[in-house]
Design a protein. Structure first.
Length: 360
């Protein structure tokens, strides 16, 4: 298969970690008989430096022409970088919002995995972390409270702010289908999270998810209220496979799940649209404090590349090879500085990429 991949190296540690992810993709392609065409795309601060804006029409066209986009991270030091003296719509992060909109990326996928070898970084009690966990949070990204009508008014001299939470059944259906499709590639369980005891939008959410579930008889569906889910994530995270939820609940729960893993340099993510296209990137930022030092952890980006193989290209065997190699390298005791532990061997960005390639 020929994989047509757009590459946004971005800012800060972005170019360093994307280089390693490409190396790993090349190794997989070589081993399994695929070819890859990369197209470099400028975005964020790197685009501001060349074009004066964080995302150009040309960059959007290049992304659209790709099967998938692999991204490092964008942005600089928000207090010292000149990019942050520009008006908000011209700053690096505006490029990210614009590309998500242009590509209609409505589904955000964030895996939270606790690796046995990194259990020490997990802030939960040992009896909980000992079981490990491997969940995928599927968050609706373009609807709900963050995109509803909002206003601030004054009534009888009292200021009042109003935000609107709305979802139509089509918005719910398309993300539910994605969640069930992904559950079919995993442990076949979906936990749909809502607040159906209070909110109308949640009651519609629940009804539509129940309808979609009928097409997936192999997948177990459960519904959970969001307050209970927040508790269960720290009490018994091993119970989850795919968590499906709306925009704001997902924003909060995915950060909670990430923190429970304890290691930001390990967390991948993907944003998907109606087709097989996806934008794959680490959950962390551009870490300007360590940029250029060769010490950034490339694993989140490498695991994002693995998600790309699995969810855009349906290359499960190849994705498994990357995931297995990452686990193996951790098992052998190699660590970048951010996940370093006693008795382990500390390595830099490039060496970590080399070791994962060897594991493949
Ligand atoms: P950050 O995630 O970049 O860094 C937080 C801390 O984690 C830092 O100490 C950093 O050194 C460390 N860290 C992050 N990734 C690491 C890695 N792979 N290996 C080792 N250590 C790592 O968050 P921040 O400092 O709040 O933001 C920095 C910049 O990144 C800002 O400009 C912000 O807007 C941007 N940002 C971009 C994205 C994105 O591109 N999607 C996401 C979040 C933040």
């Amino acid at each position: 298969m020929n994989l047509n991949i757009g590459c946004i190296a971005g800012d800060g540690i972005g170019p360093e970690i994307v280089k390693e992810a490409r190396k790993v993709l090349d190794k997989v392609a070589d081993k399994y008989g695929h070819s890859i065409t990369y197209t470099d795309i400028l975005m964020g601060g790197a685009s501001i430096d060349v074009h004066g804006v964080p995302l150009t029409e040309e960059a959007i066209a290049l992304a659209k022409a790709s099967d998938a986009v692999l991204m490092g991270s964008i942005g600089g030091d928000t207090t010292t970088s000149p990019w942050y003296r520009l008006e908000p719509s011209k700053r690096p992060e505006a490029g990210l919002l614009a590309i998500r909109k242009a590509l209609n990326l409505f589904a955000n996928l964030r895996p939270a995995v606790l690796y046995e070898e990194l259990a020490g970084a997990c802030p939960l009690k040992e009896e909980i972390s000992a079981k490990g966990f491997d969940m995928m949070i599927m968050r609706e990204l373009t609807g709900g409270l963050y995109f509803g009508e909002r206003k601030t008014i004054e009534e009888n001299g009292v200021k009042k702010a109003i935000d609107t939470l709305s979802y139509d059944e089509n918005e719910i259906r398309r993300i539910a289908v994605k969640a069930f499709d992904i559950a079919m590639k995993r442990n076949k369980k979906v936990t749909s999270v809502d607040k159906a005891n209070v909110l109308d939008s949640s009651r519609l959410w629940r009804a539509v998810v129940n309808e979609v579930a009928k097409d997936y008889p192999e997948v177990t569906l459960e519904h959970m209220l969001v307050d209970n889910c927040a508790m269960q994530l720290v009490k018994d995270p091993a119970q989850f496979d795919v968590i499906l939820t709306e925009n704001m609940f997902g924003d909060i729960l995915s950060d909670e799940a990430s923190m429970v893993t304890g290691s930001i340099g390990m967390l991948a993510s993907a944003s998907l649209n109606d087709s097989r296209f996806g934008l794959y990137e680490p959950s962390h930022g551009s870490a300007p404090d360590i940029a250029g030092k060769g010490i950034a952890n490339p694993i989140a980006t490498i695991l994002s590349a693995s998600m790309m193989l699995r969810y855009t290209f349906d290359l499960d065997k190849e994705a498994d090879a990357i995931d297995r190699a990452v686990k193996q390298v951790l098992k052998e005791g190699y660590r970048t500085g951010d996940i370093m532990a006693e008795g382990c061997t500390q390595v830099g960005t490039e060496k970590m990429g080399d070791l994962i390639c060897e594991g493949i």
